[in-house]
Design a binder for this molecule. Structure first.
Ligand code: KG4
Length: 339
């Protein structure tokens, strides 16, 4: 079964054709990074306009690369939530048009479910149940993936996402957008013990995260140094900051794995590309005897292939949407869209 999948939740216009949820026949990503770089972050209005300009060509190329036409696919899957509302609407409306014109079912896909599904492409033998740490630009959560379309959130951030904190730290250190990846590169040779950052804990909810205090503390460190005319070693600051974020992610993950008696851990989302986080989770997996699954680096960021992978499992549950499907800026991973 072939699914044409469309993704436009943030700053990548993407489309892919995926067979049976696991085999990528094409995967086209048109990134807007250069356009947002001068603003130091994603400008939602510009993102929506660029999606509108690019989406037809991206979808056409995805079909061409897969050697098929819309007539050859079994369904059109699309990211409907969560994300930038204007950006999501472009993909949702385009998918609705394609579905209406072709008569193919429309399959709404939750963005974080698709980040998790990137692992089904990377690891053909991976099947739920497992515990998943989802770390992206807009969300950070720990969830039990009971089945392909059945999720239970066991921990979540109370404020900022890990990716948001990485991006703000990078920006404060003068690194260009996209911050997270540049911070990772800068920090490779830094001393991660040089600067002390707070160890965030959410009172009474040991599996929840909080990154806003960490974010403020790196901003304060840099501003104080500037005011005093002191030179900071940015690689050391970056490495210490990443270490603090990764410690928090790892501690809660270990607690969740123990509390729920899980032995399989999956990482998902843009921040799962972080080299320190990947290494740390490999160490934890070894120490605790877990099976660890990491998404291929090429599938950590937003892409259409992961939407096609999750779309397949939503299709099997016959979760088809009507043309009244709306985009949503926020939506819990466990919640199913109104269809
Ligand atoms: O999952 P994603 O592509 O977008 C959302 O769905 O939110 O995640 C983007 C986030 C950004 O905050 C970006 O800075 C971060 O992932 N990121 C990284 C790395 N690569 C991407 N953060 C740390 N280290 C990286 N290597």
């Amino acid at each position: 079964m072939k699914i044409l999948a469309i993704e436009s939740s943030c700053d990548e216009t993407a489309a892919a054709v995926v067979e049976n949820g696991r085999t990528v026949l094409s995967n086209v990503v048109s990134t807007q990074i250069e356009k947002h770089k001068i603003f130091g972050g994603v400008v939602p209005e510009i993102a929506s306009r660029l999606h509108t300009e690019n989406i037809s060509a991206v979808v056409e190329k995805a079909l061409q690369d897969a050697n098929c036409t819309i007539g050859d696919v079994d369904a059109v899957a699309v990211t409907y939530a969560p994300g930038l509302i204007g950006a999501l609407l472009v993909g949702v409306n385009y998918a609705k048009g394609l579905s209406l014109a072709s008569g193919k079912p429309l399959v709404p896909v939750h963005h974080l479910r698709s980040h998790i599904a990137a692992n089904y492409i990377t690891h053909k033998d991976l099947k739920p149940p497992f515990m998943c740490l989802v770390v992206s630009g807009g969300n950070t959560l720990l969830c039990k993936v009971r089945d392909y379309t059945d999720f239970e959130v066991v921990g979540r951030t109370r404020d900022d996402a890990a990716g948001e904190a990485m991006d703000k730290a990078a920006r404060t250190l003068g690194l260009p957008y996209p911050g997270g990846v540049n911070l990772d590169k800068l920090s490779k040779n830094g001393d991660n013990t040089k600067y002390k950052f707070p160890r965030p804990h959410v009172e009474g909810s040991p599996l929840d995260f909080s990154f806003s205090g960490l974010k403020t503390s790196v901003i304060n460190l840099v501003h104080n140094a500037e005011q005093k005319g002191e030179e900071l070693n940015t690689a050391d600051v970056g490495a210490s900051f990443i270490n603090a974020v990764v410690n928090s992610l790892a501690e809660n993950t270990v607690n969740a794995m123990e509390q729920y008696g899980e032995k399989t851990l999956v990482l998902a989302g843009g921040v799962s590309a972080n080299s320190v986080l990947r290494r740390r989770m490999e160490e934890e997996a070894k120490a605790h005897g877990w099976h660890l699954f990491l998404p291929d680096l090429s599938l950590c960021g937003d892409n259409g292939a992961m939407v096609g992978a999750q779309g397949y499992y939503e299709f099997l549950k016959r979760r088809f949407a009507h043309l009244s499907l709306n985009a949503k800026a926020t939506a819990d991973i466990a919640e199913n869209p109104e269809i």
